[in-house]
Write a protein that binds this ligand. Structure first.
Ligand code: ATP
Length: 353
């Protein structure tokens, strides 16, 4: 049995559907990320699980129990939001103890559980501080401890690291994952940071206009996007048109033959192909190109130097492609140089337009 089971959930605000027939199962102990552009329905889905939003169709079950008509405080859910809203006038201890005091947990047990939670989030010794005397990362750890202390069935996180600067955010991502594993709590996580979704989660779902367009383990979704939207939203991609021919061949840009891992059966129909920039390699014309089977000749039209990587824009006849290279060479290839771009057949993915 899945811990969270969402079936056919639909929610409209006015005429726009914020959620449109969403189906999702989240398994025990999973960290599941909801990813999608602004307005795609991520927060609405989280709020529907929590009970703040009432779906007009469909059902939500937690541990097999229907959530319909069950108010927020009886759903046994822990929540952390971007703006963590700790009680400013209360100590760290009292903030974390709050959920236990409203449940009338005995004083000794409360003290014990709060201490254990603060140790888990590495804030022992901070019991008497006020939220205003903590850094942003520390406040977010208090919020996490506060959400976990009641031992909820599900933890919901809405952009919990969104207010932190990049370096602290990276550090907190690692800590969050460790804590989540240690506690073993089923977690649904909203983010619009694709790298965060890829590094943290066991599975992700990509939302577009209230619909889940693809879900699966991060690597599966990244390596095998099903649609142009998914390929484009999760990472970068080069797209071009291919024309499958009889005999399992594919013609790409400029009528050049391309080798693909899978070629759809119906010859003649145009298909869209996607290749990730980092899967492509670039070599100066005349220098030995990689052994990869697919080649396009072109001219460098742009060079973006970023220290550890260099991004090239290359015009190859009618198409322009982006190539992301590790910065291994003595000097990047210059704009205007003639180059060969190459990649492996299994890195050419057929996607739905
Ligand atoms: P973001 O990344 O910007 O937070 P999101 O993916 O979380 O976006 P939602 O907040 O779920 O998106 O919103 C989905 C759609 O529903 C949007 O079009 C939004 O304007 C609309 N919406 C959400 N809440 C309400 C509300 N209370 N009243 C009216 N419309 C709403």
């Amino acid at each position: 049995m899945s811990v969270v089971e969402i079936q056919g959930v639909t929610k409209r605000f006015g005429t726009t559907p914020a959620l449109d027939d969403v189906h999702l199962r989240i398994e025990e102990g999973e960290l599941f990320a909801l990813l999608g552009p602004s307005g795609s329905g991520k927060t609405t889905l989280l709020r529907a699980i929590a009970g703040f939003v009432d779906p007009e169709a469909g059902s939500i079950h937690i541990d097999g129990d229907p959530m319909h008509d069950l108010p927020v405080h009886r759903r046994d859910i822990g929540m952390v939001f971007q703006h963590y809203a700790l009680f400013p006038h209360m100590s760290v201890f009292d903030n974390v103890a709050f959920g236990l005091s409203v449940r009338h947990v005995a004083r000794a047990e409360t003290a014990e559980r709060v201490r254990a939670m603060l140790a888990l989030v590495q804030l022992d010794g901070f019991e008497e501080r006020r939220p205003g005397q903590l850094s942003g990362g520390q406040q977010q750890r208090v919020a996490l401890a506060r959400a976990l202390v009641t031992r909820p069935r599900v933890l919901l996180l809405d952009e919990p690291l969104g207010a932190l600067d990049k370096r602290l955010r990276r550090q907190m991502q690692i800590e969050l994952r460790q804590i989540q594993r240690e506690v073993g709590i089923t977690t649904v996580f909203v983010t619009h940071d694709q790298e965060e979704a890829l590094t943290l989660s066991d599975r992700i779902a990509i939302l577009d206009a209230g619909r889940i367009v693809q879900s699966g383990p991060p690597q599966a979704v990244y390596e095998r996007p099903r649609t142009v939207f998914a390929a484009d939203f999760l990472g970068d991609a080069n797209f071009f048109t291919g024309r499958p021919q009889a005999g399992g061949r594919m013609l790409g840009p400029g009528g050049k033959e391309l080798l693909c891992a899978e070629i759809p059966g119906d010859a003649g129909a145009e298909v869209t192909l996607a290749v990730r920039p980092e899967k492509m390699r670039i070599a100066r014309a005349g220098e030995p190109a990689s052994g990869d089977a697919n080649h396009l000749e072109g001219t460098v039209t742009g060079v973006l130097y970023a220290g550890s990587t260099v991004t090239y824009r290359v015009a190859c006849g009618e198409v322009e492609v982006t190539v992301l290279e590790q910065n291994r060479e003595a000097a990047p290839i210059a704009q205007g140089e003639a180059v060969t771009v190459s990649w492996r057949p299994d890195h050419t993915v057929v996607v739905e337009p």
